[in-house]
Design a protein around this ligand. Structure first.
Ligand code: KG4
Ligand code: ZN
Length: 355
């Protein structure tokens, strides 16, 4: 089955042609990073306008690179949510019109489920039960996946996503956007034990995560130690490098300690670490070390599949299409889309924070 995947949930317009959910025939990503950089973050109105400009050329390029025409496509999978509404709508409307015009099946995909499936291309097939840490700019969750397609959130951030924390700390230090790759680079020359940041404690004892206190602690440290944010072209000082390394270590150890504790209890057959922050080598090394202590294999997507892309959306869509799921004509973008589909009853009225 040849699936055209379409992704436009945030600041990447992406299209990919994927065969049978596991083979990338083509993958095209138009990143808007340069457009948003002057604002230090994604500007939703600019993002949706840019998606409108790029969606047609990006899909055309994906088809050309795959050496196929639209007539060769068997089905379309599109990111339905969560994400920015104006951005999502561009992909969803385009996909609906194309599927309707071609009279082929369409399926709406949860973006987070896409990140779970980003490990599908370069790893052996995932064995279930699995435990997946999905860490990106918008989301930080650990999912227990007892069988393919079944999700229970076993840990979530109560406030900021891990990638968001990287971006905000980079902004405070005048490092640029997106912050994750810049902080990772500076941290290579920094002393991670230089600043000891306290680990957030969750009062109800759940294995949840929190990064806003860490962000405040970094901000306080910057003021108390009179660290000046960089101006354009400044060379980063050793104290900025030490701070970057210490901050990164705090985020990585909070994520990996939680993953390890949950894995020790749930005993999954596979660990998955995916999402934009999974590009971070310190996170990968710590997750690999935890996986070897637990004696459980860990899967990562390669870097270009860790950040947003459409191949992962096509891979997740393949699973749903194989199970006969079809989007009806009323399907639309949904920023509140949740991935958890196990024990949802228990959750009703309690989901006050982002999933
Ligand atoms: O998955 P993604 O492309 O978009 C969302 O769905 O949010 O993730 C983007 C996030 C940004 O916050 C970015 O700073 C972070 O991933 N990121 C990193 C690294 N590369 C990207 N964070 C830490 N280290 C990196 N090397
Ligand atoms: Zn993402």
């Amino acid at each position: 089955m040849l699936i055209l995947g379409i992704e436009s949930s945030c600041d990447e317009t992406a299209a990919a042609v994927v065969r049978d959910g596991r083979e990338i025939v083509s993958s095209v990503i138009a990143s808007q990073i340069d457009l948003h950089r002057p604002w230090g973050g994604v500007v939703p109105e600019l993002a949706s306008r840019e998606h409108l400009e790029k969606i047609e050329p990006v899909v055309t390029e994906a088809l050309q690179k795959a050496n196929v025409t639209v007539q060769d496509i068997d089905a379309i999978a599109v990111t339905q949510g969560p994400g920015l509404i104006g951005s999502l709508l561009v992909g969803v409307c385009y996909a609906k019109a194309l599927a309707w015009g071609l009279d082929i099946p369409l399926v709406g995909v949860n973006h987070i489920e896409g990140h779970v499936y980003s490990v599908n291309f370069e790893n052996p097939p995932v064995e279930y039960p699995a435990l997946a840490l999905i860490v990106s700019g918008g989301h930080t969750n650990i999912f227990h996946i007892p069988a393919e397609g079944q999700y229970k959130v076993v840990s979530r951030t109560r406030d900021d996503a891990a990638g968001e924390a990287f971006d905000k700390v980079a902004k405070m230090l005048g490092l640029g956007y997106p912050g994750g790759p810049i902080i990772e680079k500076l941290a290579l020359d920094g002393d991670a034990s230089h600043v000891k940041f306290p680990r957030a404690k969750i009062s109800d004892g759940r294995p949840d995560l929190s990064f806003s206190g860490l962000k405040t602690a970094v901000s306080r440290y910057i003021k108390e130690n009179t660290i000046d944010p960089l101006q354009n072209g400044d060379t980063p000082t050793q104290s900025i490098k030490d701070l970057a390394a210490s901050f990164q270590r705090s985020v990585v150890s909070a994520l990996v300690d939680t993953l390890e504790k949950l894995a020790a209890g749930l005993q999954p057959k596979t660990l998955i670490v995916a999402g934009g922050v999974a590009c971070n080598m310190a996170l990968r090394q710590a997750a690999e070390a935890a996986a070897s202590r637990l004696n459980i294999p860990v899967c990562f997507p390669s870097k270009h599949l860790s950040t947003d892309n459409a191949a992962m959306i096509a891979a997740a869509g393949y699973f749903h299409l194989k199970h006969g799921e079809r989007a009806d004509p009323t399907m639309t973008a949904d920023i509140t889309l949740r991935l958890q589909n196990l024990d949802v009853e228990q959750l009703k009225g309690k989901a006050k924070y982002r999933l």
